[in-house]
Design a protein around this ligand. Structure first.
Ligand code: ADP
Ligand code: MG
Length: 257
């Protein structure tokens, strides 16, 4: 049996209170979270704002230091990674954020934006232009977007560029942190469909973070429900929707229009 792509065990991330003289206890943003994701699967991490979802994402890719617990990528311990492991993480695990604008350099054309990661990961110069076109095509954009700037694109198109950029380094795991929350509902569905297609084509594994339950039902294999830094309930998505056990999950479900 092969190891899960991602395995998180009893993960804790506490933030020390920042005031100089403060005796406040540390904020337990993530307080003993465990889950694993098998290759090619999608785990949805759902829960209201402030429940600790983004902190988990940032701890996995080492933006935050882990307070306690274990993070394994393909069986290898990457908790507070050493520099070798950092390189693996940077190429194999990519993060797509909520806000499609803030991560795009307004002064860079789409072509330039997509060339940067290719250059950084050592794709030979002569192959780069073709790769840029190929990436654009994968996310449903044509070459006519190559010489446009971010401000000339709609929100959905910008998020497509962000996804293309994440795919440039041929990652195995995508952490999608509210990737559609800033978009109109009709555009959300298109991006979800795109992610679904890409997963099949490229054998990607997803950690899909959202506060919007209605998005995950037909998309995620497994769902974990977070509240106050803990997973309250997790299991196959269908089961969570059909027979939620935890009162918090029931409350969440009843809020779907
Ligand atoms: P979510 O993504 O589910 O909305 P977050 O992971 O962003 O939640 O936040 C979880 C908790 O951790 C919140 O109470 C938030 O205020 C706190 N938190 C997040 N980042 C930091 C930080 N850098 N320093 C201190 N507290 C933080
Ligand atoms: Mg968040």
């Amino acid at each position: 049996m092969t190891a899960p792509v991602l395995e998180v065990k009893c993960l804790k991330k506490y933030f020390e209170s920042s005031g100089w003289f403060s005796d406040d206890p540390p904020a337990k943003a993530v307080d003993g979270v465990s889950f694993s994701i098998e290759e090619g699967e999608t785990l949805a991490l759902i829960g209201e704002s402030g429940s600790g979802k983004s902190t988990i994402a940032k701890t996995i890719i080492d933006i935050h230091e882990t307070t306690d617990g274990l993070i394994r990528y393909q069986g290898e311990d990457i908790t507070n990674p050493i520099s070798d492991q950092m390189e693996t993480i940077r190429s194999d695990i990519q993060l797509v954020f909520q806000d499609p604008t803030s991560c795009l350099n307004p002064r860079r054309t789409i072509r330039k934006t997509l060339l940067v990661p290719l250059k950084a990961t050592g794709v030979p110069t002569e192959n780069r232009e073709a790769r840029v076109s190929e990436m654009l095509e994968r996310v449903g954009l044509t070459d006519e977007y190559l010489h446009k700037y971010p401000h000339e694109l709609s929100g959905g198109q910008k998020q497509r560029v962000n996804i293309a950029r994440a795919l440039a380094v041929e990652p195995k795991l995508l952490i999608l942190d509210e990737p559609t929350s800033a978009l109109d509902v009709s555009v959300q569905a298109k991006i979800i469909n795109l992610l679904d297609d890409l997963q099949d084509e490229l054998d990607l594994t997803y950690l899909f973070i959202t506060h919007d339950l209605s998005l995950v039902r037909n998309f995620a294999d497994e769902t974990a429900v977070m509240y106050l830094g803990k997973i309250q309930e997790q299991g196959p998505t269908e089961e969570i929707f059909e027979s939620p056990r935890h009162p918090y999950t029931r409350a969440l479900l009843s809020s779907i229009p």
